[in-house]
Design a protein around this ligand. Sequence first.
Ligand SMILES: [Zn+2]
Length: 388
Amino acid sequence: MTRDIVAMLRDLVSFDTQNPPGNEEPLVKYCNDFLSGLGFETQLIPVAPNRANLVAMWRPCTSLQDDQRQLVFSGHADTVPIGDPTLWHSPPLEISESDGKLYGRGSCDMKGSIAAFLAVAQNIATGTASIPGISKRPFTIILTADEEMGFRGITALTRQFSVPSVGGVIIGEPTRNIPGIGHKGVAWFQITFHGQAAHASRPDLGKNAILMATKFCERLMADWQASWSPLVHPLLGSPTINIGKITGGIKTNVVPERCDVWVDCRIVPPLEVTDLNHRFEEIARQVTKNVTITPDLVPSLAYSLPLDHPLVQISLKAARRESPQIFPAFTEASHYFHALKLPVVILGPGSIEQCHTTDEYVARSELEAAVGIYERCLKYFGDQIAQA
Ligand SMILES: [Zn+2]
């Protein structure tokens, strides 16, 4: 008996994969059992205790050469935290439907597209796919752990994944089913100013770390405006900066000894993380020598595909769209693109506006449409290889 896509989404959402701590393994095992039951060759790759990636390959024909290029559908199994569950209008780990919207944590980001991958797998394995002939096409479904926090799943995967058989990757992040062909890179920094404590009545005996930090912040923003804001990448636009957090001082009547500033930068080529590091250091040293700058996230690079790239054209035709979009947020596309040198398109049901929100939902119509779009991706991708 085949499973309905909404029933599968309901199952996926019922697994609590809020990250931290993630605990993706039970969900990944559920998908493993489902896909191996359909005839997929599956492999669970441990990432950390109770956390794993899944690689599930559809290899319909044993005579397939190892180097036959295939498409990968990739999704992350974790979600962001639910937050205060009493603010949700329905239980966040259950799917509830109203007005054509399916509510639940992860429904949009991105268990919806994982359910669509499973539906495609089921259609293909049972011979009920909308397009005749695609059952003979090899493809792979990959699920990763820890996308929302530290990218440990994709990092483990890119270290041991054999690339030659893969010709392209579709990441099912929510794009309202409009192909995304690039996004900015991201780098976070923690900048720590070390001052000297003193009694507030004798500030002349101390060194005020908060004042150092505020001076730094002003100079940083002025420098950014002059140096990096004018930089425009033809597809990705300009780099951006946000000073997101400052902590410093311990008490009103003490000269603060330490102040920390956290900065988020969204970068585009040719700007690189090392450029930022150097410039931040120069600006900080104009203020004080007692400063340390630490990367606060593994920096990740921007990626983009040209409009005329075959995978872009295939995904546009499959999604029945004229033009693609630039995805606003960072994704694992960067890892596939830079670490494995693979072309990647971001394409999935749901809207980025719903990601990480209370009462997150995916529209049922978009969820169901994604199945046909992914099946057409397989067809056009295979046609293109057959012609090549
Ligand atoms: Zn996501």
